[in-house]
Design a protein around this ligand. Structure first.
Ligand code: FES
Length: 166
């Protein structure tokens, strides 16, 4: 089926996930949502609504849990996750300029995914490596002491390799 986000969703995956549970209660919500996200990549609205129909758990309760925990995502995610620090140490060392440079280069705001599905951009409170401020992490790799030029260089290398693959 085509989801409301324009992505093709296979609901047999949801059936498969739910079939592993004998009697589903609200206590099973988090493990079920984790599996849905693992398999679909995010918590698609149509999958959540179908899950609500099949389990009898109200969609509002499902969304209450999904929006409470940072681990859950309600929109499709990009192939690459870029996280910029907005913590104090990074802020003092030019973090806001780094965030602006990423926004400008990718043409997206924090919390958004690029139209080509390549990048998801997030800002976080502190990445725990303040000595490397200002810091950016791409797919788990730390890029420290960033400058606007380094941002462009790093992102361009990702964009170039994505273009070569496509
Ligand atoms: S404030 Fe940026 S890593 Fe800690």
């Amino acid at each position: 089926m085509n989801s409301s986000e324009g992505v093709i969703l296979d609901l047999t995956i949801l059936e498969d996930i739910l079939s592993a549970f004998t009697e589903i209660t609200s206590n099973d919500l988090i493990p079920i949502l984790q599996q849905i996200q693992d398999r679909y990549g995010y918590l698609a609205k149509d999958v959540v609504m179908e899950m609500s129909d099949r389990t009898g758990i109200a969609a509002s309760q499902i969304y209450g849990v999904a929006t409470f925990y940072e681990q859950f995502h309600l929109k499709p995610r990009g192939k690459h996750l870029i996280r910029c620090c907005r913590g104090t140490a990074c802020h003092v060392k030019g973090g806001p300029e780094i965030i602006e440079a990423v926004k400008h280069r990718l043409n997206i705001e924090p919390g958004e995914t690029s139209a080509d599905g390549e990048f998801t951009f997030e800002t976080v409170a502190c990445l725990g490596a303040c000595a490397l401020a200002p810091l950016m992490v791409i797919d788990g790799t730390y890029h420290g002491m960033m400058t606007k030029q380094k941002i462009v260089d790093v992102l361009d290398s990702f964009i170039k390799s994505a273009e070569e693959i496509s």
